[in-house]
Design a protein around this ligand. Structure first.
Ligand SMILES: [Zn+2]
Ligand SMILES: [Zn+2]
Length: 336
């Protein structure tokens, strides 16, 4: 699951996010990301004396990023949203866990389990890979729909309205957007586990560290939080066709039209590669973060982030608007 929330009341659920290794906000994952950022600083400072002169702290936390109106809105939204919806999402995670049982019962009703004679290590390897791949594909499909269906795009706009990226921008997500993504990832991940249990029986175990899937933990450890930052960390060549690097996701946040609807992946880049939405990051292009260069500022308050998607999606559905071409991405000529 992309985010597991623990705790019996909103306040403890909020605090537990940072000490729970199954949660992406686990402090160690944040520390690992900034350790990766330190390595990037050392490598860049060797070639650029200006960066060296500015120092590590200014490189990691530039005030024009961390005090930007967009970033301040992120901080408020993160706290209010996580505290308000933590328990709701904990319940949703529970519902998603039921999908595995439902899928397993469904499979058993159409065929008897084959009990494949695979050695335990192979059954574990396949289960671990199958869950990570299918859960990730579910997230990719959910993300694609958020971009391609105009009403859903109105909810996803909140995330893309960020004009600067800080790790907390990952929490700049409308609850409707979060629920949809969680549902797609949860359903496909649950189905993968059910299919493996059907095929291998009790041997269908996931290999994990910190109580979560090994591949997901590695993804969190290797710079996950830099995807929402100004620090450019690309995976190039074949590696960049298999895994989404922080730089890939930064391109996803670009205001430049050539980058729109690209790099939709979470862990794996293979879905974008297969379906033609991968934008390689082998070359470091100059671009600004945002949505279309026109609407971003409207979303820099907590109230606007919650309400504007409902107002704008309602406007899209009004009869008077029907038949008109939908300006999902109004052209503004902000190509950078
Ligand atoms: Zn997106
Ligand atoms: Zn993002």
């Amino acid at each position: 699951m992309i985010e597991v929330i623990s705790g019996s009341n909103p306040a403890s659920a909020f605090v537990n996010m940072f000490v729970d290794p199954t949660n992406r906000w686990f402090l160690l994952y944040i520390v690992c990301s900034f350790s990766a950022a330190f390595v990037v600083f050392v490598l860049r400072a060797r070639r650029d004396r200006e960066i060296l002169k500015g120092g590590l702290f200014r490189y990691l936390f530039p005030k024009e990023v961390y005090f930007h109106r967009s970033a301040v809105a992120d901080y408020w939204f993160f706290c209010i949203n996580k505290i308000s919806f933590a328990l709701a999402f904990a319940a949703l995670v529970g519902v998603m866990a039921g999908i595995e049982k439902l899928s397993f019962d469904l499979l058993k009703s159409v065929a008897s389990p084959p009990e494949l004679p695979a050695p335990p290590w192979l059954a574990m390897l396949i289960t671990t890979m199958a869950w990570a791949l299918l859960m990730d594909f579910g997230l990719w499909v959910g993300h694609l729909l958020l971009h391609k269906i105009p009403v859903l795009w109105e909810f996803h706009k909140i995330h893309h309205s960020a004009e600067v990226l800080t790790p907390l921008t990952a929490g700049r997500v409308h609850p409707v957007d979060d629920a949809l993504t969680l549902a797609f990832g949860g359903v496909l991940g649950g189905f993968a586990l059910a299919a493996c249990r059907f095929a291998f029986g009790a041997k269908a175990l996931m290999f994990g560290i910190f109580n979560i899937n090994f591949l997901l933990a590695l993804f969190y450890i290797f710079g996950f939080h830099l995807r929402h930052s100004h620090i450019w960390l690309p995976y190039k060549g074949l590696l960049g066709k298999i895994f989404i690097s922080p730089a890939h996701h930064q391109v996803h946040h670009s205001v430049a039209e050539r980058h729109w609807d690209k790099n939709l992946g979470f862990i794996f880049a293979i879905w974008d590669w297969m379906f033609g939405t991968l934008y390689p990051v082998d070359v470091h292009e100059e671009f600004s973060f945002g949505m279309n260069g026109r609407e971003e500022a409207e979303y820099h308050s907590v109230l606007a982030m919650y309400l504007l998607p409902f107002i704008k999606s309602w406007r899209r559905m009004r009869p008077i608007e029907r038949g008109r071409p939908l300006d999902r991405f109004p052209k503004t000529g902000v190509e950078t």
